[in-house]
Structure formats: structure tokens, C-alpha cells
Design a protein around this ligand. Structure first.
Ligand SMILES: [Zn+2]
Length: 138
């Protein structure tokens, strides 16, 4: 599956290691259709996400979507499953998110890039979220 225009646009400003993982997953066969729906987020956007309860963070500065480091780069992306060409988060597609999430983990392992994926989190499932850990990438 080739990455579509929106996915490529969303990858602008994202750390090259994470882009490598995304590109590797795009070459996996037999995955449900997906797209990168979020790359970078501004501090203001993250504050709004926290206010609305879409983000479990308390400090918006800890959001991996908000660019950090020198030069500032994003360290997280969100993907969506596409149904009929449109992003879909309905519960019935949960298994598709998990399948794609497992592909992200596999690709990251093959590339020797540490990756944290929201589908594996215990307290706040974030099925489409993938990030480079803060411990290794500031
Ligand atoms: Zn996210």
C-alpha cells in the first residue's frame, strides 16, 4: 500500500526514525487500509485535546506530537483505519487497529527502532497512536 497524500503531508516534521517505521509498515501485505491522520500538534492543540478528554496527559509539554529537541521534531503519529476511503474509529474495527499496531511493532523491531504503541497501553488505550520513547528521543 503506497502512503497517500495526507499521510505524506502528516509526516512532515516527524523524526526520520518514525518515518522509517511508517514506510516499512506501508510495505506490509494483507493489512487493512490505513492512513496517517496526525503528525505534529501544537502546544495549543494538545491543551485542547486534554481539555476535551481525548488525551490522558496532564502536562501538554509531555505530548510526543508536540515538536521537541534540536531541531524540533515530532515523535508521535496517529493512524486511522480507512473504511470506504474514510478514517473510521468505530469499535468494530478494533481488531484492524490491533493488526496494524502489531505490524508497527514488527517493523520497528526489524529496524531496531524503539517504539511505544497505544494499543498496548493498559490504562488509556490509544489504538492508532505510535511514538518514539522519550527515554531515547528527547
Ligand atoms: Zn497520538
Amino acid at each position: 500500500m503506497a502512503l497517500d497524500k495526507k499521510s505524506l503531508k502528516m509526516l512532515a516534521g516527524v523524526h526520520p526514525d518514525l518515518v522509517k517505521v511508517v514506510k516499512a509498515v506501508s510495505e506490509f501485505k494483507d493489512l487493512p487500509q490505513w492512513q496517517v491522520t496526525y503528525g505534529l500538534r501544537t502546544l495549543e492543540q494538545e491543551k485542547e485535546m486534554i481539555r476535551k478528554g481525548y488525551s490522558s496527559l496532564k502536562n501538554p509539554m509531555n505530548c510526543r506530537h508536540v515538536p521537541s529537541g534540536t531541531p524540533p521534531l515530532g515523535h508521535a503519529i496517529d493512524i486511522s483505519v480507512l473504511v470506504g476511503g474514510k478514517p473510521c474509529w468505530a469499535n468494530q474495527y478494533r481488531s484492524s487497529y490491533i493488526k496494524i499496531g502489531q505490524a508497527f511493532q514488527k517493523a520497528a523491531q526489524d529496524l531496531n527502532i524503539p517504539l511505544r504503541s497505544g494499543f498496548q497501553w493498559k490504562t488509556f488505550l490509544d489504538l492508532g497512536h505510535h511514538e518514539l520513547p522519550a527515554a531515547q528521543y528527547s
